[in-house]
Write a protein of this length. Structure first.
Length: 116
């Protein structure tokens, strides 16, 4: 139940919150995706075979005056057909990005407000 409130606060769906650490300036939220299938970028076939995982640090929108950092346990799949390895695709994070889409949107809104 608590994870649901944290998901709503972060405005991110399809994740599981595994840990939260905080200090006076930052909040670190460890998360992992609930999606267990990936689609191969070469042959477009779905796969459930996970090759490995890696941790990725992602900047998210602030909560109050605190900076929020997500520690994402990202899945790396392997295609059965072509033996190609690829990372899972996440709706809140663009490819090769270290900032969430919401953080980029918030930053652009702040820039727009300062320009007007």
């Amino acid at each position: 139940m608590q994870d649901n409130y944290i998901q709503k606060l972060l405005n991110i769906k399809d994740i599981i919150v595994t840990n939260i650490t905080e200090n006076s300036e930052t909040i670190e939220v460890s998360i992992k995706s609930t999606n267990n299938t990936g689609v191969c970028p070469c042959c477009k076939q779905p796969t459930t075979r996970i090759h490995d995982y890696r941790l990725q640090r992602v900047r998210h929108s602030n909560i109050g005056l605190r900076q929020v950092c997500l520690l994402l346990r990202k899945k790396r799949f392997i295609c059965k057909r072509r033996n190609k390895r690829f990372y899972e695709s996440l709706n809140f994070l663009g490819r090769y990005q270290r900032n969430t889409k919401e953080y980029i949107f918030t930053l652009l809104e702040k820039l727009k407000d300062t320009r007007s």
